[in-house]
Design a protein around this ligand. Sequence first.
Ligand code: SF4
Length: 441
Amino acid sequence: MDVSGRTRSPGPELLSPGGSLEKLRIAFLYGADAVYASGKDFGLRGFANNFDEKELAAASRIAHGLGKKLYVTVNIFARRSDLEKLPAYLEYLQELHIDALIISDPGVLLLARQYAPEVAVHLSTQANTTNSLSVKFWQEQGVRRINPARELSFAEIAEIVKSSEAEIEIFVHGAMCMSYSGRCLMSGFLNAPKPLSGKDGAGNPARPYVMNRSANSGFCTQPCRWSWGLVEEKRPGEVFPVEQDGRGSYILNSKDLCLLEEIGPLMGLGIDSFKIEGRMKGALYVASVTRAYRQAINRFAKPVSATGAETAGMEDLQRISHRPYTKGNLFAGEQTGAPDVETRISYVQTHTLAGLVRSGQEPGESPACSEGGKIFLEARSRLVPGQILEFLNPDGSTSSHLLGSFEDTCGNRLTQANPNTLIRFCVDFPVFPFQAARVCN
Ligand code: SF4
């Protein structure tokens, strides 16, 4: 029983991003209970490697074969042309027996209820749900789970969980928008492909806001992370740098959310699902972040206090490419609602993905990943002898290997491995298909 007096499942679900079939498998390997993915249409993050219909079917098979869940995002704010194509797509998703649709738009919800009535609906954070009455409203519309607006404080989330019957999901990790729960016109405005009639203040063709590069349709190019300068109206082309460091200005650059150190208090609230942002992030991110939160949840689920349990996980989170971390609005106090801006640097990156362990057969099809005592690694970086590879184990531990000699799949000895080539070498510990190995930059 949680603080609200409701009986909840024993621990929160861990929900990880699945930007591709490979990353979906990695998320499950490292402890995700569920993965969210997007089809080619109708899901935000239009530049992620969204799944075609065959891949969605495979994703559903993989998830259910492991006893896990697959949610599919249909969280665009639909325009009229979208509405025509949605019914067939929703019917198809129901045929795949996916576990939930993630929706923002009330119109899409209506269609989902009509064309995929057997599939549960989860409400995206983009719907900006900020109070328990709004939660009640959405629940009455048939929504099973709600991810409230990311601007809320800990006390506000606690009140929502306490007074709501619907399942509550929150983001615990990942990139954050400068805009209100992801509603933003910057990308659409700055990436307009066609000039509007008329001129702007500098005499150049005006640039209109268009939907096809809009964040609200899943095509954000993240201009808030760009390096900005200053141009005087009468001197077009003369850019005055606004430098905060040698690389430019990051005045609109939010820090990344990281709530690993707050997992204990958050679990005490009885939140149903902890969600990790990042369908466009790489395999090392998915592996590291998923296992860090999996281990933290497991430790805090035990009756004994887990003081310091998050320390090992933080090391993992420091070794992925990230902006400086923040605990976001949840721990910034009541009514802050403002992003925590990083004005000094853009990314921190100490390690990269060295490679992924392969089965040596078809990727993912065979449990065997070694042959004659040698393992197969698909290099994702340039590798040379002498580097120390750190293999991430699903239990939170790491197995280190000093890379000595290695060979290609025909047995030819190599002096270096290029990205996306398969190499073989011996290690003295067990490995798993899709296991990630990282290397220091
Ligand atoms: S431009 Fe930045 S603030 Fe706007 S939607 Fe994209 S990521 Fe969010």
